[in-house]
Design a protein around this ligand. Sequence first.
Ligand SMILES: NC(=O)c1ccc[n+]([C@@H]2O[C@H](COP(=O)([O-])OP(=O)(O)OC[C@H]3O[C@@H](n4cnc5c(N)ncnc54)[C@H](OP(=O)(O)O)[C@@H]3O)[C@@H](O)[C@H]2O)c1
Length: 340
Amino acid sequence: MNENNRQYVLVKRPESDVTDDIFEYREGAIPDPGPGEVLLKTLYLSFDPTQRGWLNDVPSYIPPVQLGEPMRAGGIGQVVQSNNPDFAAGDIVQGTISWQDYVAAKPDGPMPFTKLSRDYPLTHNMSIFGLTSLTAYFGLLELGQPKEGDTVVVSGAAGATGSIAGQIAKIKGARVVGIAGGPDKCNWLTSKANFDAAIDYKNENVEEKLKELCPNGVNVYFDNVGGAILDAVLLNLAQGARIVVCGGISSGYHSWETDHPPRNYMNLILHSARMEGFLVLTYAARFPEAIGDIAKWVQEGKLHFEEDIVEGLENAPATLRGLFEGKNLGKLILKVADPE
Ligand SMILES: NC(=O)c1ccc[n+]([C@@H]2O[C@H](COP(=O)([O-])OP(=O)(O)OC[C@H]3O[C@@H](n4cnc5c(N)ncnc54)[C@H](OP(=O)(O)O)[C@@H]3O)[C@@H](O)[C@H]2O)c1
């Protein structure tokens, strides 16, 4: 192959917010796959808040990205060369890859490679059939357990996970209020994504708006952000409320600690409420069941989803930063190359 391998390598650990200069652009030779490895050409990269956690040099659910390594990401690639009997040149696979044109890797994880069909757009495997939708599905249905007539509040509501969580709550007969940043996202929630109401946390008083929009209290809160918004919801709970701790992006994921721990959590006592966290990968054995339901709801026109696709590997650092600046609507994806 007469091509360079472009890479973005982690060269320093961020102290707080992600900045473009923690990554360095490098060019090198296309790697040779070792025994049991496949060589993939990168097609699409997924951008996920959890990537910020991988930049911290602390133990977590997977090891941190090491200095000098290309930045790790979920992604889709096409097999160029294979030393593994389960994969052949031309196969399209999804799994854990990194910010480079070509990746030589064993197919076993942290997210093992799975072969994709070409029956629908490849990006749907990252958006509507991807981990964010599965997170919404299991977090909401298993922990939130919304019932007909419940009031469900979702933060990070115009993002990949939140937008699906809110719509699934709606399918289950709840009244759904979304919290998102800015009038455009709020307008999208009520005009396109079936939410009953929206709160613009950047321009409105969340606590006051919750009182107005949820006069009988919040039965289920699907929390993607933590911090001050969680505190506002804790002041507006219904009896027996369930709080699903999906994420805490308002902390910036600088560490597992937050500089805004919940102040109003004693309200859990007053309202006999429950607050519970989860990791989507715990439900891996049940992903096919969830994908079946999600596909049916999409076909019935009950689930609307957006893909926010940025083009060009050179935009990878700015795209990750953009996720924490709220630039995306729906699932944030970067396109690197077309499949053969
Ligand atoms: N538990 C699990 O297994 C699991 C799995 C996947 C994802 N998650 C979590 O789910 C959440 C959503 O992830 P996603 O991949 O779907 O990302 P996303 O919601 O598509 O994108 C992130 C969004 O977060 C919002 N945001 C950024 N900074 C914020 C702040 N300071 N305060 C409030 N909102 C802020 C932005 O929207 P605005 O413009 O509205 O601010 C941004 O668009 C994250 O917390 C993530 O860690 C958890």
